[in-house]
Design a protein around this ligand. Structure first.
Ligand code: BDR
Ligand code: CA
Length: 303
């Protein structure tokens, strides 16, 4: 089993990523932490708790940062709806967050673990940056970071910036330069691996989980006729099927001010950083395999 901590802002694609991580027997989710991003942190926390309850899981959920480190907070409710998880009635009965903030909870889980743990951020990296700054001694306990966010070719928030990095660029800079192996699962692949209308149409036929995910995705204001991106699901896909994603090491700098704020700049020619690298960037993906993965994972959900 791969031990992971998922740091997220559900969010429709976060919900799909959590659904797979919570139900796939190869993944052991030790902790879910939440952050402000798609919607405010009280909402992302409730959404995470609703999913844990839906899948009868017992994973603790800890509340994280309500705002980015320095930049003012801007949500993405226009993409994910006011609640962040619209279109499905999860009911009013679900758990409560644990009595520890996200950074303390991550610290405790990491320090108590005999083996190093993989961090999977699918929202802004605020909690992770705080963890690394406040408790640098956890570094050896982090096996690697597989992070949705960034891009070396395009943006989805501005013309060059991706939403998670745009939300908290200072946190991204800290995370990329912490000396921990980081894989950037960015728009370069997530916009290639669209979930096609035919995959989407099959989801509700599979089970209740498929109905739930289809309902959420119907309200997702991203993508077009060719299909919808499920950005955050690509992290879990990579964890389980690294052979389906091609990566390349680059030095990544984060723009932290001005019109290009939140842009991740790859030193493609190696001219600025002398060929040194700090991030493994996902550059290509088998989109058909990603669609098959989505269907197979949902079909095996016991719900
Ligand atoms: C990222 O931004 C969020 O809106 C999505 O949940 C995903 O994590 C895509 O840019
Ligand atoms: Ca997200």
């Amino acid at each position: 089993q791969i031990k992971v901590i998922i740091d997220c802002d559900p969010g429709i694609d976060d919900a799909a990523a959590l659904a797979i991580a919570l139900t796939n027997p190869k993944i052991d989710v030790q902790l879910i932490t939440t952050v402000a991003g798609n919607v405010t942190v009280d909402k992302t926390t409730n959404n995470a708790l609703k999913l844990v309850h839906f899948f009868d899981a017992t994973v603790p959920v800890a509340i994280g940062a309500a705002t980015p480190l320095l930049k003012p907070f801007e949500d993405a409710a226009r993409i994910h709806g006011e609640s962040g998880m619209p279109g499905y009635d999860f009911g009013d009965l679900y758990g409560t967050p644990i009595d520890k903030d996200a950074v303390t909870a991550m610290y405790d889980v990491l320090m108590a673990s005999s083996e190093a743990i993989t961090l999977i951020p699918t929202g802004a990296y605020t909690n992770i940056a705080l963890l690394l700054r406040l408790h640098p001694e956890v570094t050896p306990k982090i096996k690697r970071i597989v992070a949705m966010g960034g891009s070396i070719t395009r943006g989805n928030m501005t013309s060059t910036a991706e939403f998670n990095v745009f939300t908290d660029p200072h946190a991204a800079e800290i995370m990329y330069n912490a000396g921990i192996p980081v894989t950037m699962i960015g728009l370069d692949i997530t916009l290639k691996a669209l979930i096609t209308p035919s995959t989407l149409a099959k989801l509700p036929e599979l089970n209740e989980a498929g109905k739930m995910l289809r309902a959420l995705i119907t309200h997702y204001n991203d993508g077009g006729e060719e299909g919808v991106p499920m950005h955050d699901v690509n992290t879990i896909f990579y964890l389980l099927h690294p052979e389906a994603i091609e990566t390349k090491p680059y030095w990544i700098d984060v723009v932290t001010e001005g019109p290009a704020i939140g842009t991740t700049v790859a030193d493609i020619r190696g001219a600025y950083h002398g060929g040194k690298t700090n991030v493994e960037v996902a550059i290509d993906i088998d989109a058909a395999a990603f669609n098959e993965f989505m269907l197979l994972e949902v079909s095996e959900m016991d719900k």
